[in-house]
Ligand binder design. Structure first.
Ligand SMILES: [Zn+2]
Length: 227
């Protein structure tokens, strides 16, 4: 037991963060990049790691004002959005503590706080889509099928909106990866006809990367083989 705890702790380090909303300084935990070895990937792009799961540490939260966001987005908040946090989140915020060894349930709570912030500050659809997807992934790890599907469905809606109105790439995903992912989320939601449309667009595109075309072909075959 002891060994396990020490091993997990060795994966982590503390990062100093300054809140862009209230300027308070605090520490967040992160998983060392050097220890993040990939075991496998799900067809909707969830990655499994040999080390501590970096998704558990993906959200940063300021305990002073309650601002929460994905760590990649944390510094990028516009001034009208800061006002919105201070007006709508801070007065109701209660400080919380999560210890150092996060798990799926803690991650879900933290992702939901980031989702709440992004809804209150009217963040981008792609931001909501990614947070919703990651919440679904956490429920998958917990084998909570109903919640997983519900969040995948909400994520699909947000990704579809993002695809229509936002500049792509976002979050390291190019246009074809987003198209593939929308197709795969349709498939996982049982909408095979819609899924095949999106996979077809990726497969027939002249500029989609080979890697994404392969994924789309595999998932198209998965649908065909179900009948
Ligand atoms: Zn703050």
């Amino acid at each position: 037991m002891m060994l396990n705890v020490e091993k997990l702790a060795a994966d982590l380090y503390e990062k100093s963060v300054e809140c862009p909303v209230c300027q308070s300084k605090f520490k967040e935990l992160a998983v060392k990049i050097s220890s993040q070895r990939i075991l496998k990937k799900d067809s909707d792009l969830q990655i499994y790691y040999k080390s501590t799961n970096p998704y558990f540490y993906d959200v940063w939260i300021c305990n002073s004002c309650g601002y929460a966001a994905l760590k990649v987005d944390f510094p990028n908040i516009k001034s009208y959005q800061k006002d919105s946090v201070l007006k709508n989140i801070t007065p109701r915020w209660k400080e919380r503590s999560y210890g150092t060894l996060y798990n799926e349930n803690i991650a879900i709570e933290r992702y939901k706080l980031a989702l709440l912030t992004s809804m209150i500050i009217e963040g981008k659809n792609s931001t909501k889509a990614l947070i919703l997807l990651k919440i679904a992934w956490m429920y998958r790890l917990l084998e909570s099928d109903e919640e997983e599907i519900s969040y995948l469905n909400q994520s699909l809606k947000a990704f579809t909106k993002a695809y229509e109105v936002e500049d792509i790439p976002f979050y390291g995903m190019d246009r074809y990866t987003v198209m593939y992912l929308i197709g795969e989320l349709h498939r996982r939601n049982g909408n095979n006809i819609e899924a095949l449309k999106w996979f077809g667009q990726v497969i027939t595109s002249t500029s989609a990367p080979h890697r994404i075309k392969e994924l789309a072909r595999d998932q198209k075959d998965t649908i065909k083989n179900t009948y």
